[in-house]
Design a protein around this ligand. Structure first.
Ligand SMILES: [Zn+2]
Length: 828
């Protein structure tokens, strides 16, 4: 069983999906040699992608040469996306890759737990209740037992629950608990079939002015118990300072809009000791042996490698090869498996780069389906005079092999072709943590070996077996696809295994506001040439779908066809999922292929079950035409169209009394009063529209950064009140108010199956003209009555609501639609 673990651990060191091959220059090789000669490690722990202090990660990796990693408990799936439409799981996938891109720059490694970023949480108690605390703790322990850090550094303070996101405080609390649990054989004993217990030496909290009331307060605070050091160091070998590397790394968080401009010069970081022994100096590695001497059989290796470091030639790195190979042989004899595996990977990378080797396996197509055959072009070249022989190349997963047994002479390119037959049982290329639907704040990962890994290990790869003057070394390369882009030049992307057909509905949700049937279209895209078959839809009972099936035929790979079914809903309110099945030669397919392609990260494939949520609503509505002012972005307009409204998106700069008169309601998108500058001048036009008989519905805004103070006809104070428990009890404060009774009678049932939260940024005080409609609160909090407040103003109505309609509509929550219809219908 131990062997499994070591296999797993190799994955940590591979840049598996990095698109372009890594090509180290002489300075970088030297830096790698220094890292090979340093046997200490640091694990930085936070909750989200972007929590990590890239300055510190880069400092430990590039200045101290320590093995450095960031453990982010979540993949950041709950955040917002500033570069595209992807949200939730797909955003988590982008942010995972952004962290990997950041680590490629700052030299760190990356780990995650199975915890899901479910959205904002006020306290660690709430966070740890939504996550499965034991599972997340187990994952932190697992990463510590495998990575074996000497030093752990927490981004957050474990002593200040409630002062920041609950995920943040939880990351610090779990880190400290894991510090002890990792060493305790009674904790998570099932892990010990794969790894062993481990005791880190010390843990710190990486404090900064962020945790004080500003820079000044931090400057004045006593720092007696902190250790501190200057991370503003300059690396002449790289031509960059540590803060410059850190900014480049941080700027990879593009979906967050974290572009960061470099700074230079002194930058002090502070670490507060919180666990383990105390030290006298400012060096976190004090009293920790970080040399080869710490290992049985290591002293001799250390001597050789010190010599390599001292005699390193920046103009001829290959001159180190004989000594490096001596060290390599000794490393193979190390009795300590952890260090043997780790240092083997590191020294192989150095040997590879020192010989100027280039090894590549390029598929003739970007993707293939199971049972397909593709041609793989192999290339090998040695750019040194060192005698290297290419003995054989094996392809995985089907083990086809060639044995050229050819001497790779200096700068003579070797190329060959080999067929890869993809076995029928090969799984599709998709993130391992998204294979099963996540539950209760946790991703489900059945394969223990994958837990902690940033991404799915590539299963399509080529193993090049080489002989370096009678020392055998093999190098694994993922099979890639590349093409020439007329603008960007040589472009790499991962080679992917995809289904024969991808089935994609046009919408995620279709709402039936009455018993009339609707047309449902599904697009079929082929994953290989010449497929034909039939496709059918299935749904819950009482739903009627015609015809029974459609035949389809697709000649070219990547071509698509759209077929349409007629779906009739039941008489009464009901929800179900429609599942498509395509049958090709007796094989069934019901997946959807999603591709995510941005320049700063490798192209990502996601294969998920295809499904369409349909809901039959018992909904009455008044009014027809709605004007919508888009804010930070939501799908409310499309959702209102689904229930039969006509929606015009308004250009705020050109609205006037006359142009608004025709609308039955004007709705402001989420955070419109934070993001739409033109509302500074036009909010009064909207309020006058209300006075003259209009109906204005304002969705949530944050109280910081409002474009105008004139948000309401009557006094109203926005607050940070929110109800994050989506199942929180909803009490009716004004049962007979038309908003709860007309045209739809709203009941408790309308608040069933809400997702993520009830709402956010509720007003916490308002003038008496307003009627608060609903009351709700999170556990152990006072009632919050500002989620939906209504005031009559002139002839019309002004409605302010922090309820999260924008989260409920995309998943088809019936009650959210019914309540919104009442808001639009008021006064009619
Ligand atoms: Zn965070």
């Amino acid at each position: 069983m131990r062997k499994l673990f070591s296999l797993l651990f190799c994955f940590f060191l591979l840049n598996l999906h990095a698109q372009e091959p890594e090509k180290l220059n002489a300075s970088e090789i030297f830096q790698e040699i220094k890292k090979l000669n340093f046997l200490g490690s640091v694990l930085y722990i936070g909750a989200h992608p972007d929590d990590e202090n890239t300055r510190l990660i880069s400092y430990f990796s590039n200045e101290k040469n320590a093995r450095t990693a960031y453990l982010s408990l979540t993949r950041g799936d709950g955040g917002q996306n500033l570069i595209g439409p992807e949200l939730r799981e797909q955003l988590g996938l982008i942010r995972t890759q952004e962290l990997l891109a950041a680590r490629r720059i700052d030299g760190g490694e990356q780990f995650f737990t199975r915890a899901n970023d479910f959205g904002y949480s006020k306290t660690p108690e709430e966070t740890l209740e939504i996550w499965d605390k034991e599972k997340v703790l187990s994952d932190v322990v697992w990463v510590i037992r495998n990575f074996k850090p000497d030093v752990i550094i927490n981004r957050f303070d474990h002593r200040t629950p409630g002062s920041t996101h609950g995920h943040h405080t939880s990351s610090a609390l779990l880190s400290l608990e894991a510090f002890d649990a990792a060493a305790n054989p009674e904790k998570f004993p099932d892990q010990l079939d794969y790894t062993e217990t481990y005791q880190p030496k010390r843990a710190y909290f990486n404090t900064s002015s962020w945790f004080y009331e500003g820079e000044e307060a931090f400057e004045e605070a006593s720092k007696d118990r902190f250790i501190s050091f200057d991370t503003g160091v300059y690396f002449p070998l790289l031509g960059l300072s540590n803060p410059e590397i850190s900014s480049l790394s941080r700027s990879q968080h593009q979906s967050q809009g974290f572009g960061s401009t470099s700074s230079r010069g002194r930058q002090i970081e502070y670490l507060e000791p919180i666990k383990g022994d105390t030290i006298r100096s400012q060096d976190v590695f004090e009293d920790i042996d970080i040399s080869w001497n710490k290992l049985k059989g290591g002293a001799e290796i250390g001597e050789i490698l010190n010599e390599v470091e001292e005699n390193y030639s920046f103009t001829d790195p290959a001159a180190s090869l004989p000594k490096l190979l001596d060290a390599y042989k000794l490393i193979q004899e190390l009795p300590n498996e952890h260090w043997r595996k780790l240092k083997t990977k590191e020294i192989k990378k150095i040997i590879f780069a020192s010989a100027g080797l280039f090894l590549e396996a390029v598929a003739s197509q970007p993707s293939a389906t199971p049972e397909d055959s593709v041609v793989v072009n192999l290339e090998a070249i040695n750019r040194s005079d060192f005698p290297v022989t290419l003995s054989s190349v094996e392809l995985s997963p089907n083990n086809s092999k060639i044995q050229p047994d050819v001497k790779l002479k200096n700068n003579e390119d070797w190329q060959n072709e080999i067929a890869l037959k993809v076995p029928g049982r090969t799984s599709y290329t998709t993130p391992y943590w998204l294979k099963e639907e996540s539950k209760n704040g946790m991703y489900i990962v059945k394969d223990r070996e994958l837990i902690g890994l940033p991404e799915t290990p590539t299963h399509t790869k080529a193993v090049f077996n080489l002989d370096f003057n009678h020392v055998s070394l093999s190098f694994e390369k993922p099979i890639v696809y590349k093409y020439n882009d007329a603008v960007f030049g040589e472009t790499y992307q991962p080679f992917e295994i995809i289904p024969q057909v991808s089935l994609a509905f046009e919408d995620d949700v279709i709402i039936f506001e009455n018993q009339e049937s609707k047309k449902v279209s599904i697009k079929l895209t082929s994953g290989k040439p010449n497929i034909q078959g039939e496709v059918s839809l299935s749904a819950g009972k009482n739903w009627n779908i015609k015809p029974e099936n459609h035949k389809f035929q697709l000649q070219q790979k990547g071509s698509s066809v759209t077929v349409t079914f007629e779906v009739s809903p039941p008489k009464d309110q009901d929800e179900t999922f429609i599942i498509p099945t395509a049958t090709i030669n007796g094989k069934e397919f019901s997946e959807k292929l999603i591709s995510i392609d941005y320049k700063h990260i490798p192209k990502q494939n996601l294969v998920v079950p295809s499904k369409l949520k349909v809901a039959r609503l018992e909904i009455e509505k008044k009014g027809e035409l709605i004007g919508y002012i888009e804010g930070a972005g939501d799908v409310v307009p499309e959702s209102l169209e689904q229930i039969g409204y006509r929606v015009n998106k308004l250009n705020v700069a050109s609205i006037s009394q006359a142009s608004l008169r025709k609308y039955d309601a004007v709705v402001l998108g989420i955070r419109a009063l934070n993001t739409v500058e033109a509302l500074k001048y036009k909010q009064q036009v909207l309020l006058d529209y209300v006075k003259n008989g209009g109906n204005l519905i304002v969705q949530y805004n944050t109280n910081r950064g409002l474009v105008t103070k004139n948000i309401s006809p009557f006094p109203l104070e926005l607050s940070r009140d929110r109800v994050t428990d989506e199942t929180a009890e909803v009490r009716f404060l004004a049962e007979d108010h038309p908003i709860l009774s007309s045209p739809n009678k709203i009941t408790e049932k309308d608040f069933d199956n809400w997702v993520q939260e009830r709402g956010l940024y509720f007003p916490d005080s308002w003038s008496e003209e307003f009627t608060p409609i609903l009351s709700m609160n999170d556990e152990n909090e006072t009632p919050k009555d500002g989620s939906l407040i209504v005031a009559k103003y002139g002839e019309g109505y002004f409605i302010y609501t922090g309820l999260s309609f924008f989260r409920q509509f995309p998943v088809g929550v019936p009650g959210a639609y019914r309540l919104f219809a009442n808001m639009i219908s008021i006064g009619k």
